[in-house]
Design a protein around this ligand. Structure first.
Ligand code: XLS
Ligand code: NI
Ligand code: NI
Length: 439
């Protein structure tokens, strides 16, 4: 499949840290073999279609600033195809093995659901051919259940069962096309699954409906033989005032309450963690502790702004800590690092899209290498293990194994142990140690 080049930037090469070329990788060498596998397979980078190819730089104060030549044209379907061609050219040049999309990002919505589905089928056929020609794969698909005005009161949590039904039909189709494209995961992000005011909301009922919706998705995936991993993507707010999948912990409680825990894992987004008042690593650790770490939406917020700014993350320290948690958890499996991040409003050139992804990929690649060193070195791991060593034998072990109770512990303290000696947590020492690895 040969398409005309639409992007006047060459393929990005790995040139190492000595290079002065801004359009080159300094740390990400996709072919570098680590533990018998290329780096590209460890990091599983993905481009988010909605930002990279549907983002316009628009904000609530003004329309889009970013104009791409492939957007010219009156027929929405031909534009959609040209745009997809440009996207796959970009995926190859930036050397990502994966992409992700929402149904409505790739194909225009029609006047009826049937027409929307037909549009989607045409574009999916085109995407399939591009995937085959380039070897680029689908990390995950999802449905946009938040932009169309019909979803203003929610999709699965809409008080009107008619809207629920429409959302169900849309997700049915989105699952089918994700399967058609060999998607390795399917994501549920509940953009409008929450409430604006409790004055008009039956919270318990809405949560039960959301659970019913997810069960239907699980059943339908089984019926069609879709074996991708389902992922839920927590976010505390925006666009709703309060989203039900607030953070990983409340997501776990929700999934367990409704018998869904074995069917879903988490897609953790850095900026969503921050909005929930957590660190990125906290969310990863909470998911990993439950055996539910699925995938990452790689981005960051701005420390001075309280909304989802979806920026590219170049903070190597933050990413190193995240990578340590991910590697300790055994990696992301069939998940990946999806750049759910967008250009700033004034970054209007196509080069900016390259700089953005190069920065994100290099920062993650460097973080991955530093994290591996930290783990191989073992100092941090040993420090933590030592800190809990009193639970490894004796009465500590009995506590951990739940073989002992208050009565026995009371007797122990009163007859033998007495007052515990203070033990330093050594936080400052550990922070300095971390810096040793980073510099
Ligand atoms: C929005 C979300 C969204 C999901 C996919 O904040 O991050 O982009 O990742 O629906
Ligand atoms: Ni996201
Ligand atoms: Ni987000």
């Amino acid at each position: 499949m040969k398409t005309r080049s639409q992007i006047p930037v060459p393929k990005i090469a790995f040139e190492g840290t000595g290079t002065a070329n801004p359009l080159a990788f300094r740390h990400y060498n996709p072919d570098e073999v680590v533990d018998g596998r290329p780096l590209s397979e460890h990091l599983r980078f993905s481009v988010a279609y909605w930002h990279a190819f549907r983002g316009t730089g628009g904000d609530p104060f003004g329309p889009g600033t970013i104009r791409r030549p492939w957007e010219e044209g009156r027929d929405a379907l031909s534009v959609a195809k040209k745009r997809l061609d440009a996207a796959f050219e970009f995926f190859q040049k930036i050397r990502v093995p994966f992409w992700c999309f929402h149904d409505r990002d790739i194909a225009p919505e029609g006047r009826t659901l049937a027409e929307s589905n037909r549009n989607l089928d045409q574009i999916v056929a085109h995407a399939k051919a591009l995937q085959q020609a380039t070897g680029i794969k689908l990390l995950w698909g999802t449905a946009n259940l938040f932009s169309n005005p019909r979803y203003m009161n929610g999709a699965a949590t809409n008080p009107d069962a008619h809207v629920f039904a429409y959302a169900a039909a849309q997700v049915k189709k989105a699952l089918e096309v994700t399967q058609e494209l060999g998607g390795e995961n399917y994501v549920f992000w509940g953009g409008r699954e929450g409430y604006e005011t409790l004055l008009n909301t039956d919270l318990k009922r809405e949560q039960a409906h959301l659970a019913a919706f997810l069960h239907m998705a699980v059943d339908y995936a089984k019926a069609i033989g879709f074996d991708g991993q389902f992922l839920i993507e927590p976010k505390p707010k925006e666009p709703t005032k309060h989203q039900y999948d607030f953070d990983v912990a409340s997501g776990i409680a929700f999934l367990r309450t409704h018998g869904l825990a074995k069917h879903l894992k988490f897609n953790i987004e850095t900026n969503h963690a921050t909005l929930a008042g957590h660190s990125f690593s906290h969310e990863i650790e909470v998911a990993a502790a439950a055996g539910m770490l699925g995938s990452i939406d790689a981005n960051t917020g701005d420390p001075l702004l309280g909304w989802d700014t979806d920026q590219f993350n170049t903070d190597v320290k933050e990413l190193t800590l995240a990578m340590v948690s991910i590697l300790k958890a055994g990696g992301l499996g069939r998940g990946g690092l999806n750049f759910d991040a967008k250009l700033r409003r004034a970054s209007v050139d196509i080069e900016d899209l390259f700089h953005a992804h190069i920065g994100g990929m290099d920062a993650y690649a460097l973080a991955f290498k530093v994290a591996r060193r930290i783990i191989a070195d073992g100092k941090l791991t040993r420090f933590v293990a030592d800190r809990y060593a009193s639970y490894d034998d004796g009465f500590g072990r009995d506590i951990a194994k739940r073989k002992i109770g208050f009565k026995e512990l009371d007797r122990l303290v009163q007859t033998k142990l007495g007052e515990p000696k203070p033990r330093s947590g050594r936080q400052e020492y550990l922070e300095n140690l971390l810096n040793d690895y980073l510099h």
